[in-house]
Design a protein around this ligand. Structure first.
Ligand code: SAM
Ligand code: SF4
Length: 345
């Protein structure tokens, strides 16, 4: 980088504020849903027969980049690209490359079901992707078909190995449902034995179709694992941007993580906002409230500088409106009615 480029970058970074919400939490992480489409039909997320949005309702890549450029100056430095299934939207690696080039953006990861991952891996690596989370709830082929609607387990397992081989930080996300995949905890955890990846157990949240399933408390899962691995110990090193608590098992190449959204509120450390595929900036998974950004971006009367100003205002308003905590423990207070594939899980 030459001196003038260096000065430009330093100016942008010095313009960037560390943004704290009304609870004093530093908000630096944005999860971006790039599509409501998916090539699976997971029973807890997007079962068969769902009506999809019109493409014109979904933000274009240019619109997403515009929002990220403004928000990066407000303190957002880490992004997660999700969906629906982000890799079904053509050009997703190209979007990641563009977002990675936005001044102030330090890290981008993707959450994917893995089906299209192998095919996109070289391009994703070239785009500068920093992390891949692959969702995998079972290692049983028939159960995989039952949960997701498709016989695609082999493709996902191949993608897991390809992701690890690519050198990009890889994690497996397992959403645990009582009586459905609790019997596979050990086998799933053992994926981290010979592979340099983390396996994370996620409590099923009562959002969308997830409310039809009973979550398994992560303390039960930890206790089950400790029976087999009594030397399992807490690992306080940072493994990513999320609220996971990690453990290491002697002899394992990777770690075991727990995301206990239901049994153990981690709201006081929440660092995130969510951008839905239709351009709503959501403050918390539990509540439907959000700032509608698409109409600002598509206002043909508004100048570009005024749009930036309006987006900045909405971001700052979100800092004020972000609730103190979720209310998964009291379903009557959950106001979010959208399904996970629409919100961006
Ligand atoms: N299609 C991609 C995938 O499956 O990774 C990205 C979108 S998906 C909505 C993101 C993650 O949300 C997946 O790991 C999925 O298991 C998880 N998920 C969906 N509904 C959930 C719920 N109600 N509670 C917890 N996790 C959920
Ligand atoms: Fe698709 Fe991911 Fe939802 Fe499964 S969890 S239906 S893969 S968006």
């Amino acid at each position: 980088m030459n001196t003038s480029e260096n000065n430009k970058t330093n100016k942008i970074l010095s313009e960037k504020t560390e943004n704290r919400d009304k609870e004093g939490r530093s908000i630096d992480y944005l999860r971006i849903s790039v599509t409501d489409r998916c090539n699976l039909r997971c029973c807890y997320c997007m079962p068969e027969g769902i009506k999809l949005l019109e493409m014109s309702d979904i933000l274009s890549y240019e619109e997403i980049e515009h929002i990220v450029r403004v928000f990066a100056k407000e303190g957002i430095s880490r992004l997660k690209v999700t969906g629906g299934e982000p890799l079904v939207r053509p050009g997703c690696p190209g979007l990641i490359k563009r977002l990675k080039a936005v001044p102030g953006i330090e890290e981008i990861s993707i959450t994917t079901n893995g089906i299209l991952l192998k095919k996109n891996l070289d391009e994703l690596k070239e785009a500068g992707l920093d992390g891949i989370n692959i969702s995998l709830d079972t290692l049983n082929r028939e159960k995989y078909r039952k949960i997701t609607g498709f016989d695609k387990l082999e493709e996902v397992l191949e993608a897991v190995d390809a992701a690890v081989d690519s050198g990009i930080r890889t994690k497996i996300n397992t959403a645990v449902m009582k009586g459905i995949n609790t019997d596979e905890i050990l086998e799933l955890a053992q994926m981290a034995r010979d592979r340099a990846l983390d396996v994370r157990f996620i409590e099923m949240m009562p959002i969308g179709y997830g409310s039809r399933f009973e979550y398994a408390d992560n303390s039960y899962i930890l206790a089950e694992l400790k029976k087999e691995y009594p030397d399992m110990t807490g690992d306080s090193r940072r493994h990513g941007n999320g609220p996971a608590v990690y453990y290491s098992i002697p002899g394992f190449a990777g770690g075991i993580g727990f995301i206990s959204a239901v049994s153990n509120k981690f709201c006081e450390n929440c660092n995130r906002m969510r951008l839905t595929s239709t351009g709503v900036l959501k403050y918390c998974l539990c509540f439907e409230d959000g700032s509608e950004l698409k109409s600002i971006l598509r206002d043909t009367e508004m100048s570009e500088s005024l749009k930036d100003e309006r987006l900045r205002e909405e971001f700052r308003r979100a800092m004020e409106k972000k609730p103190k905590e979720h209310c998964f423990e009291d379903r009557s207070r959950i106001s979010e009615t959208k399904e996970m594939f629409r919100i961006g899980g």
